[in-house]
Design a protein around this ligand. Structure first.
Ligand code: ADP
Ligand code: MG
Length: 728
């Protein structure tokens, strides 16, 4: 492993900024693939320019550059004109440029064009000599990386170049028998061409291998898990319990048919004497949480612990509150929410009750209230210690947390069930690490990713699948609007009106601060980061525009854990009316009083992601609204967003998106929101998924334990993958 600071040009400061992108070593850098590419096109005549796009133009300057000064800034301006149109070029704080921008010079300029007062302006264009441009740049694809404060695209290009020189792509681990029939390039070629393709074909070829790897490893891990742990006899047999029926009857709502069916399937698995391994798939808002709660209660009533793993601390806290709330209000008779702890092997629940068995009154039988415990990273050491003790001593039955649940230090007394919520946010290996904590516990995985059943069966072939295909009844459908930036004042007024009525609202921005690109959200056109709306400035702006009594909160990924939780808590408790946030609220957050979701730069998000965001509203008894601000002026963006405008069905949206994009349209926004894959897209790459599946099957058939010498590198990588949930 090579330290970042060992690379030429990377000091402590740059290394620190890279850490924020999840890059810690040179090996991480070479796998930090671009989010998009910029193709250096040939110069175009001026009438071809459109606002929002990045273009190359060529001209012989008619006049020297003009220098203007105001507010302590210098602006260098050059005016171009040809037979077809005009263009103003502007540079800020670069007065030295005037020496090279003299009348008579023949130059090429490249930059992003915008419109101001009816005139086209190219801002901060790069300047090239025409011959150099044609020879060195025209037709080339340059990588565009997701950035963070303190890291420019240029810095990343240099850093990646250095890292590639130093560590290359790493040793090949895919055996020839996998690579050759699928026509995959070797690893080092793949890595280099992902960053610096010399043509579109090269890029597509490299990408194909990366996609293949991601699917291949995930499915290999899955097959390995089911081979070595799945479908075994279970020591955690959960018998049906009469208290379950009472609990269901006392819920504040009645279960939908789809929820009941999913739970029946789960209960049958848990009673079967074999280990459950089940995926519950259901669109946002279909009510997956309660199904998981039922499963955990079922385990608890049988004397087993459950671990419920949420992707974020905010969500863990929310689930904790929901579950404790449900249990508190449970009025199922005197001994409701009491669990029987045998201390004599067999769980006694359900046994004494029905038969009048005097065993139920034996002093050896301990009854105590069911206990739910939350474990988060932001707990104090003392709190954590106390929680760990409860878990170890079987004082805790339902344990809720984030990935903290599978830390080495945490010991379970008798873990019978693991539930992973929003599974697409975790890697496979994280699931595995938790798995090892128990003695082959049951696993239940909840996913909101709308994967067509045919593909889900391939990708999750090691699991049984339950689909929750209907929403709770009586929900008022969300009203959608896709609007241009000019509509903003109306939107703010509308939001203020809803808040006045006692409701709450979200505003989502893609970036945290000016000049950043949160999360590698991807882009449809090659937007320059920094032109995105950001949470910090937007909240400031809204404070001025909203009525003074509107309480505005801010949430994003860089706020510290406990602070994040308290912001979310305040929003839940209606101490905040308007929450300006990045997509951290995307998954799972449930505040039924919120009725407006306004999404800035909506064109920057994948449709699945937008659909998830929209799923944050429409959860209560009031009419809810989703306002998507489209800041791009391409037809394509409009057409994509129109899909959301007309459908509230996650599966349909995904299919429509795929149809619209067509096969050539690989980069840009990833639609599935499946974060366990960095590059692959389940829809787009369905053919590669099938290829990878066949390869996994073939390989394991030939060498079940990957013990052949030729498979050694792959086996090692698989072990690592299972440990960490990612490739490197
Ligand atoms: P998701 O599937 O997105 O995780 P949740 O489990 O968060 O959905 O449920 C969304 C909302 O619907 C919650 O407020 C929950 O209490 C409510 N809910 C769940 N099931 C039902 C039901 N059968 N009837 C009415 N409301 C329900
Ligand atoms: Mg959920």
């Amino acid at each position: 492993m090579t330290e970042l600071t060992a690379l030429k040009g990377i000091g402590e400061k740059t290394a620190g900024a890279l850490n924020r992108l999840g890059i810690y070593r040179a090996e991480d850098l070479v796998r930090y693939y671009p989010r998009d590419y910029e193709t250096f096109s040939d110069p175009v005549p001026l009438h071809r320019l459109t606002p929002g796009g990045t273009f190359t133009v060529e001209s012989v300057l008619q006049k020297d550059a003009a220098i203007n000064r105001f507010n302590g800034m210098t602006i260098v301006n050059v005016y171009l004109a040809d037979m077809t149109g005009r263009l103003q070029l502007s540079w800020f704080n670069a007065p030295f440029l005037k020496n090279s921008l003299k009348a008579g010079r023949h130059l090429v300029f490249r930059g992003r064009v915008y419109e101001k007062n009816g005139r086209l302006i190219m801002s901060q264009p790069r300047i090239y000599d025409p011959v150099t441009y044609r020879e060195k740049y025209a037709g080339r694809m340059m990588p565009l990386y997701s950035l963070t404060k303190g890291i420019s695209n240029q810095t990343l290009v240099k850093a990646v170049t250095e890292a590639l020189k130093r560590v290359g792509g790493g040793p090949e681990y895919l055996p020839a028998e996998v690579r050759e029939p699928n026509d995959l390039p070797d690893l080092s070629e793949t890595v280099i061409r992902m960053h610096f393709p010399r043509s579109r074909e090269e890029l597509l070829n490299a990408r194909r291998r990366v996609v293949f790897e991601e699917f291949f490893m995930a499915m290999l891990a899955g097959a390995y898990l089911s081979e070595h742990a799945g479908r075994q006899a279970s020591t955690h047999v959960c018998r049906p319990n009469v208290q379950m029926i009472r609990f269901m009857a006392d819920l504040p709502f009645s279960l939908t048919k789809a929820q009941s069916k999913a739970y029946r399937e789960i209960a049958a698995d848990m009673a079967s004497g074999r280990v459950m391994n089940r995926l519950v798939e259901g669109d946002v808002g279909s009510g997956k949480t309660i199904v998981a709660v039922l499963a955990m209660l079922n385990a608890a009533l049988n004397g087993y612990q459950s671990a419920f793993m949420a992707p974020t601390a905010v969500l863990a806290k929310q689930h904790y509150e929901t579950i404790t709330g449900l249990l508190k209000s449970w009025d199922g008779g005197e001994d409701s929410a009491l669990i029987n702890l045998g201390g004599f092997g067999m769980p006694a629940a359900g046994k004494g009750e029905n038969t009048g068995d005097p065993g139920a009154h034996q002093p050896a039988l301990q009854k105590r209230p069911l206990r739910v415990v939350l474990v988060t990273g932001s707990m104090s050491a003392a709190e954590r210690k106390a929680a760990h003790a409860l878990i170890r001593d079987h004082e805790a039955d339902i344990i809720i947390g984030t990935h903290t649940l599978f830390q080495e230090k945490l010991e379970y007394a008798d873990l019978g069930l693991i539930v992973t919520d929003e599974q697409h946010r975790f890697g496979v290996g994280q699931r595995e690490a938790l798995y090892r904590k128990g003695e082959v516990p049951h696993t239940l995985v909840m996913s909101a990713t709308p994967i067509p059943r045919t593909l889900a069966i391939i990708l999750y072939s090691d699991m049984d699948i339950s689909v929750i295909d209907a929403r709770p009844e009586g929900r008022i459908p969300i009203k959608n609007a896709v609007v241009g930036p000019g509509y903003r004042p109306n939107a703010y007024r509308f939001i203020a009106g809803e808040i006045k009525k006692g409701r709450q609202a979200y505003v989502i921005c893609p970036a945290i601060e000016a000049g950043e690109d949160e999360d590698g959200a991807g882009s449809q056109d090659t937007a320059v980061p920094g032109e995105l709306e950001n949470v910090t400035d937007y909240a400031g702006k809204l404070k001025k525009l909203m009525p003074p009594d509107v309480r505005i909160g801010v949430l994003h990924g860089r706020i510290k854990g406990d602070e994040k939780e308290s912001v979310m808590e305040a929003f839940k408790n209606r101490e905040i009316d308007l929450l300006v946030s990045t997509t951290v609220v995307e998954v799972g957050v449930d505040v039924p009083n919120a009725t407006v979701m306004m999404i800035e730069n909506a064109e920057r998000f994948g449709l699945a992601e937008l659909h998830q965001l929209r799923g944050r509203v429409g959860r209560g008894e009031w009419q809810s609204y989703c306002i998507m601000v489209n800041t791009s002026d391409t037809d394509k963006a409009a057409e994509r967003l129109d899909i959301l405008n007309h459908s509230n069905d996650g599966f349909r949206i995904a299919e429509e998106d795929l149809r619209l994009r067509g096969p050539g349209d690989i980069f840009g926004v990833r639609q599935s929101g499946e974060r366990s894959f960095r590059v692959a897209d389940i829809y787009q790459d369905a053919d590669v998924l099938k290829m990878a599946k066949d390869s996994v099957t073939g390989l394991l058939k030939a060498d079940r334990d990957l013990s052949a010498p030729a498979h050694e590198p792959l086996r090692k990588l698989l072990e690592q993958y299972l440990e960490k949930g990612q490739m490197i």
